[in-house]
Design a protein around this ligand. Sequence first.
Ligand code: OSB
Ligand code: MG
Length: 361
Amino acid sequence: MKLEYYLLDMPLIVPFKTSFGTDVNRKPLIFRLEHNGIVSYSESVTDQDPFYSYEDNDTALHVIKRYLAQNIKDVPDPEEFLTRSSNIKGHNMAKAALEMLLYDYRAREMGKPLHEFLGDSRGYANVGISIGMDDINKMIKRIDDALKLKYKRIKVKIMKGEELKIVSAIRDVYPDINLSVDANSDYTEKDFELLKKLDKFNLVYIEQPLYHDDLIYHARLAREISTPICLDESITSPEKAQKAFDIGACSVINIKPGRVSGLTNSLKIARIARENNGHVWIGGMLETGVGRSYNIAMASNKLIDYPGDTSPNSKYYIRDIVKNPYNMEDGIIKDYNGAGNGIEIDEELINKYAVERGVIF
Ligand code: OSB
Ligand code: MG
């Protein structure tokens, strides 16, 4: 049995600008498990900086090496792995990287595609796109291209002071498209009057307007604003999802498997949302085809009722580290039919992009 990691350095085709910074390259952290002739790959959604959440590549690698790796040595069920790891507070992205490895391993062992292994699969994911901030004419051009490709929902990044300019310029050209905005926690409880100005633009939701770990102020905002609130950063566990619905902090959740310790909790959160008449979709963290494969399998679950941020990542990378990257047709990505996550790894390319690697056990 062998667990290895690769830290890659991959340039992005265009810089991705959010309210917390501009990414010009990404450093994907990839894991490889080999056991009983089965090879599984997963990806941590951390990046080099702790700007989206407190985790980064270094913290994930540290927590995995020192605490989590020992918990997968007998290849337990994913849920059992989470139970064993529950003495480690937080570090969900690190946990997710190993939890997903176990899902892939189990599905491959049974010879089943991951989306079927998870159950209740449609066999495809409904796909939206996330567009970073840029010169407004460039943003409109990107939206134009995305609509031609039949993306089912357009999301644009906003930040404080730029929101009205961005959204009104888009609505001038596209009054009716399925449009949302993502603030990545750029506003505070003092900005409610400003945020309420977004109501007239008929957005499907506003994603994470306030503090990254907040529920209370979001509940307060939800009572004042008519645009539905979608939480991303704040929902780190099924318990947090339940609390958010209990106090009315959101009606939509962006589930990122990497943010919630993996697929077990993603499924739990999707069920909680259904019980509370909420909506859910699967987000992304600019993953390579490795991480994307888990997101797509999850997004195909019938509990997922809104289009997600699961665009083919040819939008981000010139060449992916999988040989069979997803294609989108009519706003839909079909699941792979191969066993497990279905990816075919391009080992040559991984070696080319690797800036660090190591054997964990
Ligand atoms: O908030 O959804 C976000 C990317 C990095 C960090 C945070 C977010 C995002 C995205 C990208 O919006 C979505 C994608 O992977 O296509
Ligand atoms: Mg978001």
